[in-house]
Design a protein around this ligand. Structure first.
Ligand code: ADP
Length: 370
């Protein structure tokens, strides 16, 4: 059997985030004393004495992360209280302080919160979910914008029933197009749909930056960003350069099984973006004729997996031809059938998302110990 190494252990622990500080436990320098002998792993998590017992779930998560490595026979992680950190410098130490001492990313003036909708791969319904989530947030009373960051295959013009080129009232910044009360910006407005686009890293970045900052978004409660599919470098750079309040992962049941969604989670954790939760799309099939529900893709996997990963489950959306038809026709179901069951589902998901943004986007509850 392959012997497990110390660096593999550290790599695994990099995937474990301290929910209260929004960064991974290795970057936060909490891990010490890693010892590996004949497949038995031992390490220490140094924690603030005041947080002590509340960090038991984190300790267990760290053990679990290492336990998954091939060649590991046993894992013991021990919490130790380290000496109090040096006096906090001004601007740090608050509950909202970003992890690992990285400079805060500049926000977009007027935009209260930016959330990313992401998926491990294409075709899982990420754009459909983005559009309906944006509309549901608006239906719940928020002012919402929608940024189509899927520059490789922009679908928001079609899904939101918009076409034409954006104007610029002030001659400096582009005005978003508006439909159903949502301000939308997409690369699809700027180039013809069938133009093949070859994007290199820096171009991707400047296109995104412009769509974010050189657009008259006005005052928004939430800007929903439809990310490009996948978890490669482009996505990572984007997640890093946009000041995100949090990310929502869209996944199908099979996609969860294949770990694509987990890659998405890890990507956001790596860049200290709180994951607000998972939405299971195409969760089960609803027969349009008889209303019978079939769990064709082993429904429920996302909920179980989310629980295992300590991520919130935001809701499940069935595979329903009405969702496809409305989204492909530019008449999303949330706005065109507001009394229907699907609109209700999206509004419930949106309410959960809004609540989490308000709570500061932390992925785990805070523990209070006496
Ligand atoms: P992605 O953005 O992940 O590539 P899309 O949102 O473009 O995926 O969805 C891919 C196709 O699946 C579209 O034709 C869309 O209408 C359809 N679709 C998405 N979600 C559902 C659903 N819950 N039920 C039925 N069709 C759906």
């Amino acid at each position: 059997m392959m012997a497990v190494t110390e660096s593999q252990v550290l790599e695994a622990l990099r995937q474990v985030a301290d929910p209260d500080r929004g960064a991974d436990i290795v970057s936060l320098k909490m891990v010490s004393g890693v010892a590996v002998k004949d497949g038995h792993v031992h390490f220490t998590l140094e924690v603030d004495p005041q947080r002590g017992a509340a960090l038991e779930p984190l300790r267990q998560a760290a053990e679990k992360a290492v336990d998954r490595l091939a060649g590991v026979l046993s894992v013991t992680a021990v919490l130790t209280a380290h000496r109090p950190p040096p006096k906090a410098v001004s601007g740090q130490g608050g509950t909202g302080a970003p992890g690992a001492g990285k400079p805060a990313k500049a926000g977009v003036p007027g935009v209260a919160a930016i959330i990313a909708v992401a998926s491990g791969k294409g075709g899982v319904g990420k754009s459909t979910t983005s559009a309906n989530l944006a509309l549901a947030l608006a239906a719940n009373g928020l002012t919402v914008g929608l940024l189509d960051a899927d520059i490789y295959g922009p679908s928001m013009p079609r899904m939101m029933g918009l076409s034409g080129k954006p104007d610029s009232a002030d001659g400096k910044r582009l005005d978003p197009l508006v439909n159903y009360g949502i301000k939308v910006m997409s690369m699809g407005f700027l180039v013809a749909e069938d133009t093949p686009m070859i994007w290199r890293g820096p171009m991707v970045m400047s296109a995104l930056t412009q769509m974010l900052r050189d657009v008259n978004w006005g005052t928004l409660d939430v800007l929903v960003v439809d990310m490009p599919p996948g978890t490669g470098d482009a996505q990572l750079t984007m997640a890093q350069s946009v000041p995100l309040a949090g990310a929502v992962i869209v996944s199908t049941p099979q996609d969860i099984a294949l770990l694509d969604a987990r890659k998405g989670l890890n990507m956001f954790r790596r860049v200290d973006v709180p994951v607000l939760g998972i939405i299971e799309n195409m969760s089960y099939f609803c027969c349009p004729n008889c209303g019978h529900r079939s769990d064709i893709f082993s429904h429920g996997g996302a909920r179980a997996e989310a629980e295992k990963l300590g991520i919130d489950f935001l809701g499940e959306v069935p595979l329903d031809i009405a969702i496809r038809e409305t989204s492909d026709a530019g008449t999303p179901i949330t706005v065109t059938q507001p009394d229907g069951v699907h609109a209700q589902t999206y509004r419930a998901i949106a309410a959960r998302v809004a609540e989490k943004i308000k709570a500061g986007g932390r992925t785990a509850p805070r523990f209070v110990i006496e």
